[in-house]
Design a binder for this molecule. Structure first.
Ligand code: NAP
Length: 247
């Protein structure tokens, strides 16, 4: 398997969940992959688990300076990049009347500003013909309870991505949006839902998602590989949600 032979990819939020599964698949397909995350120990463990071809760079995507440090590190080690996947994200489910300004700023700092300034810093390093993937969410286009703040922060990056697809066309850099539905990752433990309420959430999801289950990170990784490797896929929003956008 060598769909990405000789390519260099950066995946933010690559130490966990969808990002880690994608990093593993990209390495299996021949890429060198730089994964990021804030937790150094989790990052080190992920690099070790994925093995040769993976390396880590620790930091917070909400910190604009982080992106220039990452760009410099990647430039010095690899010279250039072929694939940039802006995937790091957070969610805390809350009704709008309970959202604090701090919570608002945190969601937009990580989910939106982190993507914008990540692309600003890394785009100059992307080879002509390379590509960018942003991980948005089904929530950006479908109304879901208590998702308003998160939905707004994810809708912003889908809009950025469509504009970038045109801004970068002279360099033949494709830009696509990966929009997962509910996927079984650590993020489900960070929704602000108590352990006691989790079985009810799982049952609700099994009854709501047409495929009858959560997605698996590996299924999202396969979709990311399609976006990263098919040279005629540009400006699309790929929903990988078990059909949940239909219900
Ligand atoms: P996950 O397992 O919790 O992974 C989230 C990743 O983002 C982790 O690697 C985390 O690493 C990183 N991250 C969070 N805040 C960060 C920050 N400030 N700076 C740097 N890295 C940060 O969740 P996941 O499900 O794989 O999520 C991946 C993406 O998919 C997210 O953008 C999420 O919104 C989106 N998504 C997920 C689902 C789902 O149901 N799972 C559905 C729709 C969209 P550290 O904690 O070490 O920083």
């Amino acid at each position: 398997m060598s769909a990405l032979k000789g390519k260099v990819a950066i995946i933010t939020g690559g130490n966990s969940g969808i990002g880690k599964a994608t990093a593993r698949l990209f390495v299996q397909e021949g890429a060198n992959v730089i994964i990021t995350g804030r937790r150094q120990d989790v990052l080190d463990a992920a690099v070790k688990e994925i093995g040769t071809g993976a390396s880590g760079f620790c930091g917070d995507v909400a910190d604009v300076e982080f992106h220039s440090r990452l760009a410099e590190d990647v430039r010095s080690r690899f010279g250039a990049v072929d694939i940039y996947m802006a995937n790091a994200g957070i969610i805390n489910l809350t009704d709008s009347d309970k959202v604090s300004p701090q919570e608002y700023d945190q969601h937009f700092a990580v989910n939106s500003r982190g993507v914008f300034f990540g692309v600003q810093a890394i785009a100059p390093l992307i080879n002509d013909g390379g590509n960018i993937i942003v991980t948005s969410s089904l929530a950006a286009t479908k109304v879901l309870p208590q998702h308003t703040l998160y939905a707004g922060s994810k809708a912003a990056i889908a809009a950025f991505a469509r504009n970038w697809a045109i801004e970068f066309k002279q360099r033949r850099i494709r830009v696509n949006i990966l929009s997962p539905g509910p996927v079984e990752t650590e993020i489900l433990g960070k929704l602000g839902i108590s352990e006691a309420d989790r079985p009810a959430l799982d049952e609700h999801m099994a009854n709501t998602i047409p495929t009858g289950r959560y997605g698996r990170p590996e299924e999202l990784a396969q979709a990311a590989l399609l976006l990263a490797s098919n040279d005629f896929v540009n400006g699309v929003e790929l929903h990988v949600d078990g059909g949940m956008s239909l219900v």
